[in-house]
Design a protein around this ligand. Structure first.
Ligand code: NAP
Ligand code: ZN
Length: 411
């Protein structure tokens, strides 16, 4: 079901919101702010009469708070709906970003469907953000207005624990602040990238090189880094044979990245229609429908398996593809009440390891983006408008995405 953006719900419906008053004034600030940063979606929010510039809004644009239009989940069973809210005024280290694009990750759907936990609604998902810097706080040193930037799954962390010190903010011992659905350091709930604007601490912003198309930058911020980080951790490179389970948003990036690292990739897919694409993306071999296929000729052939498939699926047969001592790394995440099973002998006979991995740190994400720029690794994207998000979610769950939907905020 489509949800036209013009049916925007009003912010006073949101008990979490810091707003809820004086919609009229906000609407004109939205318009002025969006006009100043060139956001087409503003026209959907406001009648032309409200678009008269007011000199007072100029300061709002520079410093915030920033009126923002998002698409939010209001219930786990209904389509997303428009949601107007505000991004905070700039703190000294904050960067205001006009968002142009945001990728749709299956994690957004898990959150929206409450697969992992009860959520606080309305929730604006999205952690594959790409946009342009619109304003900077007084002590920002890494970015300037006009820079092309991205934001991934995190917008803050404690900055001082052992994990943060090592550049692994995703494992922050005091809890990283995730891009949406997370309690921010100021006590508010974070809202994600299915929106026109964001304000983020400069330490959690990724620079997008000129050669990277901004529409293709978003999927690097989650899908890209989530597969790159374990490949680096387990030293994937020339001479290594890597299995990639699931050819979706993460999986297709995994094939391209592991191939560029010099590894030989085998794709393991439940979709016969994806075999040709797997080869095109760089796979040397493809296994279709592993549950029913005879895997004996692939037995003990792989040095590493990266499993990107969501939801519960059979693992024991996949583990038989691993060589002695090799590692099976799970990055896909199923429903919290439907955990995976591993048989009693699956790992011990060849001393295999079963591991997990979560996104990557900020430094490593920049490294991944630069790696993709250097090797011309580009996600396969399909652009959609904000009003098409709910339909896109259905397609992702049905394995029909080829291979990442990216929301174009101007469409
Ligand atoms: P996606 O685009 O939907 O791709 C998942 C692929 O897995 C599908 O295209 C499909 O590939 C395969 N699959 C196998 N069984 C499936 C099933 N029952 N339902 C749907 N797909 C199935 O998803 P994604 O965005 O790549 O995310 C994949 C998983 O990784 C999600 O669980 C997500 O939450 C998780 N994730 C984890 C991290 C992390 O930090 N660890 C980061 C991002 C995402 P075939 O058609 O080839 O079988
Ligand atoms: Zn993601």
């Amino acid at each position: 079901m489509k949800t036209p953006v013009s049916d925007a719900k009003q912010v006073e419906h949101n008990p979490e919101s810091r707003e809820g008053h004086d919609i009229g004034r906000r609407n004109f600030i939205v318009t002025s702010a969006m006009a100043a940063v060139g956001t087409g979606a503003a026209g959907l929010l406001n009648p032309p009469s409200a678009q008269a510039a007011d000199i007072r809004s100029t300061n709002s644009v520079r410093q915030g708070p920033y009126p923002t239009l998002g698409m939010a989940v209001y219930s786990a069973t209904e389509p997303l709906q428009p949601f107007k809210f505000e991004r905070r005024a700039l703190g000294p280290k904050d960067v205001a970003i006009k968002l142009h694009y945001c990728g749709i990750c299956h994690s957004d759907i898990h959150h929206g469907h409450e697969d992992w936990r009860k959520e606080k609604f309305p929730l604006v998902p999205g952690h594959e953000l790409a946009g342009v810097v619109a304003a900077i706080g007084s002590s920002v040193s890494k970015f300037k207005v006009g820079d092309r930037v991205g934001v991934g799954c995190m917008v803050n962390s404690c900055h001082h624990c052992a994990m943060c010190d090592m550049g692994m903010e995703q494992y922050c011992e005091n809890g990283a602040v995730f891009t949406y659905g997370s309690r921010d350091r100021d006590g508010t709930m974070t809202q994600g990238g299915y929106s026109t604007f964001n304000v983020v601490d400069e330490d959690f912003i990724i620079r997008v090189p000129d050669v990277v198309d901004l529409a293709e930058a978003g999927p690097l911020m989650c899908a890209g880094i989530t597969v790159y980080s374990p490949f680096r951790r387990w030293s994937i490179g020339p001479g290594k044979k890597v299995g990639v389970v699931g050819l979706g948003g993460l999986g297709h990036m995994a094939v391209k990245i592991a191939s560029a690292m010099g590894a030989e990739v085998t794709v393991i897919t439940t979709s016969p229609s994806k075999v040709a694409d797997a080869t095109k993306f760089g796979a040397k071999d493809v296994i279709v429908n592993p549950d029913s296929a005879d895997l004996s000729k692939h037995s003990r052939s792989l040095d590493f398996i990266l499993d990107t498939a969501p939801y519960r699926h059979k693992l024991d047969k996949l583990i038989t593809l691993l060589k002695q001592e090799a590692t099976f790394c799970m990055v896909g995440a199923g429903k919290i009440d439907e955990p995976h099973e591993i048989g009693p002998f699956a790992l011990l006979r060849t001393r295999n390891s079963f591991a997990g991995s979560q996104i990557g740190g900020i430094r490593e994400t920049q490294e991944l983006v630069d790696f993709c720029a250097l090797h011309n690794i580009r996600p396969e994207i399909a652009k959609i408008s904000m009003s098409d998000i709910s339909d896109a979610w259905v397609n992702v769950v049905d394995k029909k995405a080829r291979y990442r939907y990216v929301i174009d905020m101007k469409a």
